[in-house]
Design a protein around this ligand. Structure first.
Ligand SMILES: Nc1ncnc2c1ncn2[C@@H]1O[C@H](COP(=O)(O)OP(=O)(O)OP(=O)(O)O)[C@@H](O)[C@H]1O
Ligand SMILES: Nc1ncnc2c1ncn2[C@@H]1O[C@H](COP(=O)(O)OP(=O)(O)OP(=O)(O)O)[C@@H](O)[C@H]1O
Ligand SMILES: [Mg+2]
Ligand SMILES: [Mg+2]
Lengths: 461, 461
């Protein structure tokens, strides 16, 4: 006879932690570092603060245990939210339609959970919000069965100097020997696309990596937006109806979506034969289905706006590729925004060729999503599939060749394959847009190669 | 100013459904079929019932919508649990230490959720438990915000004939054109390792695939076990203490773990200096840490037992490989059980060479986990890494070569990389065991190739 039960989200992710990237001590150390660094960048850049980030990994008396500490000068965490922000799984300030690195409400908690189950030690949080006059200290553990924080200690004191930000310190089992090269590569690739950030990294072997700020020009911070009508599904639509204050269907459409003006709403509703002033909450399920179906095919919505998103920029991609690769040829483009399932997204592709790049049997691929470098699971990423399915000979490239490709996707939601954020799922609209962007830069490479060949031929004659 | 909120597990997986394999209509159709088929096999084989499984995919008036219906002769679902089993995310009868295909409490709900958000239609469940005199009918939807079922309709009637089992019918958006070959391959690979099951599949294009039962010999059903002491972490240990009825530490160890006899428990406790009769609930956190640390290094626990697990068996693997590949040479082994993080696991490897197998640049890999065929994300699977990192020339195989490898891992917990169950994470103990198993069968292949070469040389002379 079968016995049934439910699990709290904390117990679910504790039992299945390899799903969040915590599959072994080496991978866990990497994942803990990146979850904290990504939180630090979200707390600074997203809020118009030039990031200063310190990452310290120290040894402990136990050769398998390390202490990871990440400090930032960000907006801090309001003290009343600290316990849940760090002690309750699926609790977040990023459950919005805004481009941030974080999106699951899980990252910090997974690192803390892993520390707790391997060392038994609590996490220490020190934080001070921007406008606050006090600094707050917390020692926390997670009550896994019930998915809630256990506050072991808390304290606060008045600020002695002008400081705002957060320091998160976790003791956990790790494997620096195996994780070192990946962690260092991750930090380097973060610095490549955030030249306005100052990053200091110290490893447990006392190796230091320092990336100074090379520009004080911060990209415009991403903004929260309304969903775009393309691909909005039935359930999302029902949730918008449930939370709307609008009593007229026409106003509901204009206020709930981006890209829907008054005229467009009227045209769409007349097309389906729904009254402009009907109350959205009075729509029957069949009327909702017809409306959603029609919105999917409707051709006159304005395309999504680019300005709420925060791309790296073609200029910075070229600069970054030049710096790390010293290529003979480099080009980059930032595409206009497209949409998938109501989410606007921008694809950026950079391509570097020749020079100091070593020849290899396939292109070297640098993947980024919302400015996060993706280092694992390359071969199950849709981006790798696209780069390797391209017929490069059509662009005068025959392997082995010295070719590197950088692809960045930014969006209000990145369709990751897993909560460990390592590879991107096969979403048709994204696939199509990346393929077109790649062909665009590949054509530029081809012109360069052809010109160069012409010059060499003329020279030989 | 940041605003914080929490999500229910249903809303979390609704918003991030690509993480569960529902990333596009083609993939969703595949995933829905497999989630239901895996539930059907768990409901039969795990309970000593020879499986009879029917999978029907029908078209609807909407060219993008299909109806998927899976019927089994399994143990059924008790009516009081049907709403939660199919309407509450993270609700399951498989949250145990037992080898089953299901493990997350998510699969059926994801398929139902996807159907709901793409077609707006409820799932229909018909079920009758083995001992019941009645058949039960439910029409359900999922309240996503609150993670609970909405029962739209229910009914029951007395059984007219001897039937037990379950029929799950879901209407969802799909893409049969793109999904067809994968779905058919999946069904075929299921049949390969379940020759005691009768499986009928009907596609929306009225294509039929019928796999009759070829043996009535059911493998012994898997049994629930206690955790093995190796690699049990601090949190798991604390949960065992919280739920134990034992008042003496020695009895607690013997009763809570497999492989720990009375003498072993006494020896271990004396080694650390803990009293045999101390109450486990009175252990301090430091004492727990010392005990867990010591258990990890202790060498005298009995190894895990094989009989609670349910391998395919070397004989069946050889039979299956012969049937589908018609090779010249085939061998298979089932290894003794090993342990990772308290979970016993068994590795089985089959190897087929030559004959009708086409030559290719890398081995053809058939991956199975708890008898589930894994078709996607091959290149991010630890199994693919191991097969391709092996130096096959040491075994007289040089590519291109006609070589196929089948690897099956069965365990009380498969460390999947994602909740979509498509690839296996890098767990050191499993990696080591698979590598050794692969070398074992590769050596047999080498002897065969060497013998064959000798014969050919003698023949030429
Ligand atoms: N360094 C930090 N500064 C400010 N706020 C932070 C910081 N770290 C975490 N937070 C807050 O805690 C919340 C939870 O962080 P957590 O990493 O668990 O989830 P997330 O970042 O929202 O999503 P993800 O799981 O994708 O990382 C964040 O949403 C943010 O509000
Ligand atoms: N065909 C079936 N026959 C009997 N019980 C079933 C059937 N399908 C589902 N169930 C019951 O419903 C529960 C929930 O199924 P669901 O697929 O959502 O999760 P799971 O199988 O436990 O785990 P997973 O997410 O890994 O599939 C199962 O644990 C099982 O008890
Ligand atoms: Mg985060
Ligand atoms: Mg299931």
């Amino acid at each position: 006879l079968e016995t049934f039960k439910s699990l709290s989200p904390a117990e679910f992710f504790y039992r299945n932690r390899e799903i969040a990237g915590f599959s072994n001590p080496s991978r866990a150390l990497y994942q803990a570092v990146r979850e904290l660094v990504e939180n630090a960048l979200d707390a600074t850049e997203t809020h118009g603060i030039l990031p200063i980030i310190r990452v310290y990994i120290d040894r402990t008396s136990n050769p398998m245990h390390y202490v990871v500490s990440v400090e930032d000068n960000g907006i801090g965490v309001p003290p009343q939210f600290v316990p849940k922000a760090f002690g309750q799984v699926l609790f977040s300030s990023k459950y919005k339609l805004r481009q941030t690195r974080g999106m699951f409400g899980l990252g910090a908690k997974m690192a803390i959970l892993y520390g707790q189950l391997t060392t038994g030690r609590p996490v220490e949080i020190i934080t001070s919000p921007v406008k606050s006059k006090r600094v707050y200290f917390f020692k926390l553990m997670i009550d896994i069965k019930n998915n809630r924080p256990i506050v072991l200690e808390k304290a606060s004191w008045s600020k002695k100097k002008e400081w705002h930000g957060t320091i998160v310190t976790i003791a956990l089992e790790g494997d620096w020997g195996r994780a070192k090269s990946r962690i260092i590569e991750y930090i380097k690739r973060v610095a490549l696309v955030t030249p306005y950030a100052e990053i200091l990294f110290k490893g447990p072997d006392n190796s230091y990596f320092y990336y100074p700020r090379v520009t004080t020009k911060l990209p415009r911070p991403p903004r929260e937006v309304l969903p775009h009508p393309y691909g909005v599904d039935l359930e999302a639509f029902k949730m918008l109806i449930a939370s709307t204050q609008e009593s007229r269907l026409e106003d509901f459409l204009v206020k709930s979506f981006q890209g829907v003006g008054k005229k467009t709403a009227q045209d769409l509703l007349r097309k389906i034969g729904l009254p402009l002033d009907k109350s959205p909450k009075k729509l029957s399920l069949d009327e909702i289905k017809i409306l959603v179906e029609e919105m999917k095919k409707y051709e006159r919505f304005k395309p999504p706006r680019a300005d709420p998103l925060s791309p790296i920029g073609a200029e910075l991609i070229v600069l970054g590729l030049k710096q790390i690769l010293q290529p003979e040829f480099v080009t980059a483009i930032t595409r206009k925004p497209a949409v998938y399932e109501g989410h606007p997204f921008i694809v950026e592709v950079g391509l570097a060729y020749g020079g100091a790049i070593e020849s290899s049997n396939e292109p070297i691929l640098y993947r980024y999503a919302n400015k996060i470098p993706l280092l694992y699971d390359e071969k199950s990423d849709v981006l790798w599939k696209i780069v390797n399915e391209l017929d490069w000979r059509q662009y005068n490239v025959s392997f082995p060749a010295p070719l590197a490709v950088l692809i960045h996707i930014c969006s209000t939601k990145i369709p990751y394959k897993g909560v460990g954020k390592e590879s991107i799922a096969d979403v048709p609209e994204i696939e199509r847009e990346v393929r077109n962007a790649l062909r665009e830069v590949a054509r530029k490479l081809r012109s360069y190669i052809q010109k160069k060949q012409k010059v060499e031929e003329t020279y030989r004659k």
